[in-house]
Every structure is written in structure tokens, then in C-alpha cells.
Design a protein around this ligand. Structure first.
Ligand code: V47
Length: 390
């Protein structure tokens, strides 16, 4: 049974006066300014920030927390930006030890787990591999749809779309149209990192520029292809950089309404140049910052429906806690993940349905499985694994 959501907001519980003023805006549905967002990022009252985000979330979603049964596939780790994206532990040069490029048969073999009937989405991203162009991905998506017609394909970051456009010498729009014909359904949100020029130069020099990342998503949205967006936090960026980044996402959403979800990505410092340079091996982001990034996403991105926590990066326990900090969606069952595990994530490779249900239920929320467009497929009750509503 779902309970009616508690959507009251008691600002008297917030001790920080400046934060209370932001709370008044949240309570009266006013848009937050850049200065408000900076305050949310710096207020010592994390619980106050969380309370506001929880209120904003409950107003939209009650106590429902969604998840998707998805499977990550990373077809290639070969990437010509290997030397300049210094935060990445996944990429390899073509002849470097550990480099791989799946044949289509290898991709199809990995995707066979979806024959279980439970997987609803393939999440496919990889490196900027000169051998991974339009033909490779079109054949891959056609083959996957032929084998698993019911599975949604969320694939290729804006950076990969721009890479295909470059190597195949066709426009971004034509790449998107061709891939959609082959089976692409939505775009994931990666590759955004931090939009600010200074940060981009420091951590991802030569990667697609911020305006071009935005432009790929704008083009996709115009074509009716929905997408996600991310921000990679917890390295060299300032609070102002974070706010500028979120503001660019909010602006595009105002214009196109094409984003489905925002996912803050916690930087993992192991086995990459940036982590070594910062002396951060083994020292990931803090729980405080993880919760705060999710909560600020919920509050500042008032035109986004969904804020997703990626448990692979921040642990299932932190993700569970974030359900009281404005988050309404948990990254799904995943199956096998490479990008963060190369960078020091010690989390499991996947969670079972029962584990996900337990996490959500023991946070006092109601679990619901969703499809890739966030339509609820089934709502579970709070105590058993038997679905109670279709
Ligand atoms: O763009 C790379 C990040 C992203 C590291 O859309 C790292 O539903 C932390 O975008 N530490 C790719 N992060 C993954 C991604 C994503 C993940 C989950 C859900 C969705 C979605 C999208 O991974 C990259 C980059 O920002 N990344 N290296 C690292 N060392």
C-alpha cells in the first residue's frame, strides 16, 4: 500500500537564517538564484539542505522511489583522449595493455543476460575509438533490437555522438537520425564533466567543449530523443563552477524539456593521473558532498522531474540515505560495470531486485520499477517482493 505523502515544510527546524530564506523560496515554488545555490553548497546545515530537497522531492513524487532493471555494456575502452582526460581510469590507447574493442558477437554475448526477461534497458557507453563509428554502432543496435526487441537502448554520450560525426564526416543531426533508425532510444548524460573552461582545460583538455555538449543534447531533444545529464564533482572545480554547470543544464531544460534525469557523478581518484596529481589515491568524495550534490540538484534544477543516485559510485548505503535528500531514482541492477571499478569503486557489480527493494523499503519509501521514460511499470508494497499494482 502506498501512503499519502507528507508534503509539509517546517522552516523553524532550520537554524541557519540565510538557509531559511532559501527555504521560503522553495516553499513558495520560487526559482533559486545562483547565490541561493552557492549558499546550499556551503551552508554548514546539511540536514537543513536535505530537508528542503526532501520537501521538493516529496512534492513531486510522494514517497515513491523508482529504479530500472538495466545492464551496462562498455563495448570499447580504446580512446584517443586517453592522455588528456586525466580523471579517467577506463581509457586505453589502442596498443596499450588492457585495451579492448568488442566484436559485435562479443557485445551480443554480453547482452544475452537480458534473455532473463528482466532487463529493460541497455546502457551502452565507451571510449572514442577510431574503429567505433556509425557502422559499428548501427549494426550493434540493430543486432541488439533483433535479439531483445523489448529492451530500451540508452547509448552514447554527447562526446561519442560528436566523435562519430567527426570520423564519419556527417552532421550531429544525421548521426542521431541514423542511430535512431538503428534502434537508439535515448542518450545517457555522460561526458559533461564540468562545463567551466578552466576546469575543462585542467581535467579534460581536448574533450568536446561545453557549448558543443549542450548542442548535441539540444539537437537530440529537437529530434524527440530524450536524454540525461550529469556533473562530475569532487576534483578541482569550485562552487561557482558547479553552479554555472547546473545553470547551463537548467537553461537547456527550460528551452527543450528534453532531459529526463540529472545524475551527479562522484569523482573516483584511483588509477588516474588526476588522482595521483592531487594525492588522492584511495580518497573518494565525502558523504557530505555526495548528499549535498544530490540535494542541490533537486533544489536548483526545479524544471527536472528526476534526480538519480548512482549507487555504484557512492555505495548503496549512501544512495539509500540520499532518498531523504531529494533523490527519487536509484540506478538500477546494472549487471556489470567497468568505468568506476577501474577508478577505485569497491561496490558490487550489480544489485539483485530483492536488494534494491530492501534498500528502498528500509528507507521508508515505496519501491516502483520504471521504464526508461520513467513510466511506472509496477509498484511494490513495503514489505514483500510481490508486486501489488500494475
Ligand atoms: O562521462 C569517468 C564519468 C561518465 C570517472 O545517463 C568518472 O543514466 C568518476 O555518464 N570517477 C560516464 N566518474 C557514465 C555516465 C552515467 C552513469 C550512470 C548513469 C548515467 C545515465 C550516465 O563517467 C563519464 C565521466 O563523467 N567518469 N571517469 C572517474 N574516475
Amino acid at each position: 500500500m502506498t501512503r499519502p505523502a507528507d508534503t509539509s515544510l517546517d522552516l523553524a527546524k532550520i537554524s541557519d537564517r540565510a538557509l531559511r530564506a532559501v527555504g521560503e523560496k522553495v516553499g513558495s515554488h520560487q526559482r533559486l538564484s545562483h547565490a541561493d545555490a552557492e549558499l546550499l553548497f556551503t551552508s554548514p546545515d546539511l540536514l537543513g539542505v536535505g530537508m528542503l530537497a526532501d520537501y521538493a522531492n516529496r512534492r513531486k513524487h510522494g514517497d515513491i522511489v523508482t529504479f530500472a532493471a538495466n545492464q551496462h555494456i562498455n563495448p570499447t575502452n580504446v580512446c584517443y583522449l586517453r592522455k588528456t582526460c586525466v580523471f579517467c581510469s577506463f581509457a586505453r590507447l589502442p596498443k596499450e595493455e588492457g585495451a579492448y574493442h568488442y566484436t559485435l558477437d562479443q557485445v551480443f554475448a554480453e547482452a544475452e543476460t537480458a534473455a532473463n526477461g528482466l532487463t529493460k534497458e541497455f546502457h551502452i557507453v565507451g571510449g572514442l575509438d577510431m574503429k567505433a563509428g556509425l557502422q559499428y554502432y548501427s549494426d550493434m543496435f540493430r543486432g541488439l533490437k533483433a535479439r531483445h526487441p523489448q529492451v530500451h537502448i540508452k547509448a552514447l554520450t554527447a562526446v561519442e555522438i560528436a566523435h562519430i560525426s567527426r570520423i564519419d564526416k556527417i552532421s550531429i543531426e544525421d548521426v542521431l537520425i541514423a542511430l535512431r533508425e538503428a534502434g537508439l532510444d535515448t542518450l545517457p548524460g555522460g561526458g559533461a564533466e564540468v562545463f567551466g573552461k578552466g576546469v575543462r582545460m585542467a581535467i579534460a583538455d581536448k574533450k568536446l567543449a561545453a557549448e558543443d555538449w549542450i548542442d548535441v543534447h539540444r539537437t537530440a531533444h529537437r529530434l524527440g530523443i530524450r536524454s540525461n545529464c550529469t556533473m562530475l564533482y569532487g576534483h578541482v572545480e569550485s562552487i561557482e563552477d558547479r553552479v554555472e554547470h547546473l545553470s547551463m543544464l537548467r537553461d537547456l531544460q527550460d528551452e527543450s524539456h528534453g532531459f529526463l534525469a540529472y545524475i551527479p557523478l562522484a569523482y573516483h581518484p584511483d588509477n588516474n593521473e588526476l588522482g595521483i596529481e592531487l594525492g588522492r589515491q584511495g580518497t573518494a568524495t565525502t558523504g557530505f558532498d555526495d548528499l549535498r550534490n544530490l540535494a542541490v540538484g533537486r533544489l536548483f534544477l526545479d524544471n527536472f522531474e528526476h534526480i538519480k543516485t548512482h549507487w555504484i559510485m557512492v555505495t548503496p548505503f549512501l544512495s539509500q540515505t540520499s532518498l531523504a535528500f531529494g533523490v527519487n531514482d536509484l540506478e538500477g541492477t546494472v549487471v556489470r560495470e567497468k568505468i568506476y571499478h577501474e577508478a577505485g569503486a569497491h561496490t558490487a557489480q550489480g544489485l539483485s531486485l530483492d536488494e534494491i527493494l530492501d534498500l528502498i523499503r528500509s528507507a521508508g519509501k515505496t519501491p516502483a520499477e520504471r521504464d526508461s521514460f520513467y513510466n511506472v511499470l509496477r509498484v511494490f508494497d513495503r514489505t514483500s517482493t510481490v508486486a501489488v499494482a500494475a
